[in-house]
Design a protein around this ligand. Structure first.
Ligand code: G6P
Ligand code: MG
Length: 220
């Protein structure tokens, strides 16, 4: 019996993937890495430092950067990114998600945020969604990022629920793997081929409704 939802943020609630991409693209150009859409896709759900490493590994230059130099590049990306996300308003909530969150809240479901982003509190506040959630998992307190289940296990703790009572919502494969490993029901939003490991798959946020979920849960 489902009693709560654990939400990824970027690409599930907030339309921020474009901002992450713009900010990383500047760093990629600086270090000699060609920016492609597949590179952008591979960074989804990946932590800030791990994302930087992927960009550095794809560089045509022979780079031997110190930890301090890497930290500086990651900070620079985050400064670009934060300049973009302060422009977010409730209009940047992905289609249908405000309605979904609002109806889940009205129906007594618990809700938590399971995002790798350290900017999650700022983004939720810009979108005026903070009060809907029982809590935000602190990504700095985790030993392992997605696809490790740790972040989703913590979200169930925050909601005081058993993992079997939780549906995790994700747009990235690493997230779906994490939800499945946590023993929760995985709901993937996006391409069905990419997200084939998900228990429930919806093509876009617009199809994520309590009615659709109740209907589709009967078939899994
Ligand atoms: C999410 C996004 C990633 C981002 C990560 C860390 O998982 O999908 O693109 O790198 O959060 O975000 P942060 O805001 O802390 O740099
Ligand atoms: Mg995401």
């Amino acid at each position: 019996n489902i009693k709560g939802f654990a939400f990824d943020l970027d690409g599930v609630i907030a339309d921020t993937a474009k901002f992450h991409a713009l900010a990383w693209q500047k760093i990629a150009e600086e270090v000699g890495t060609t920016w492609t859409t597949s590179l952008a896709e591979s960074l989804k759900g990946v932590s800030r430092m791990a994302s930087l490493q992927i960009i550095l590994d794809a560089s045509t230059r022979l780079l031997a950067l110190s930890t301090a130099a890497k930290k500086e590049l990651a900070d620079k990306k985050n400064q670009h990114y934060q300049q973009l996300i302060v422009t977010l308003t409730p209009k940047d909530i992905l289609p249908g998600m405000l309605k979904f969150i609002d109806s889940a809240y009205d129906n007594g479901y618990k809700m938590a945020i399971a995002s790798a982003s350290k900017n999650a509190p700022l983004i939720l506040s810009q979108l005026q969604l903070t009060d809907y959630f029982d809590g935000i998992v602190d990504p700095t307190a985790l030993k392992n990022g997605k696809p490790n289940p740790e972040i989703f296990l913590r979200s169930a703790d925050i909601m005081s629920l058993d993992n079997t009572q939780v549906i995790g919502l994700e747009d990235a494969t690493a997230g779906i793997t994490a939800i499945n490993a946590a023993g929760q029901t995985s709901l993937g939003i996006g391409n069905a081929t990419v997200l084939s490991a998900a228990n429930l798959i919806y093509p876009s946020t617009e199809s994520v409704t309590l009615a659709n979920i109740a209907h589709d849960m009967k078939n899994i």
